[in-house]
Design a protein. Sequence first.
Length: 138
Amino acid sequence: MKQLNRPVRVLVAKVGLDGHDRGAKVIATALRDAGMEVIYTGLRQTPEMVVTAALQEDVDAIGISILSGAHMTVFPRIISIMKEKGMDDVLLTGGGIIPETDMQALYAMGVGKLFPPGTPTTEISAYITEWAKGHRAF
């Protein structure tokens, strides 16, 4: 596997009216501690705002934290906007309260690995790093 010539850039976002951002902040800090550049957009973002910020920041990955139950609306919308913008080389991943059957449906749409609560942060950072090594030009 190739080495990276710069830190992996990740945008972490909370979409919709989900106001619980502790987990997103913990993940953002853990990814930063793992050597990544992290942009945290804060609460109440729209899918359009997330993708626009990801484009402006030239990120390698977008991580969505979702606890509201809106994952089957949010992830497909973000994937759709990413495709419209030609962002085929950007990982869309995330985590939160997402039933396994919904995870499988989201994977089929092109969403990357999704992480339930309690996943070790080292597993998340390793996944994003390995994905970037295989899919991004550094």
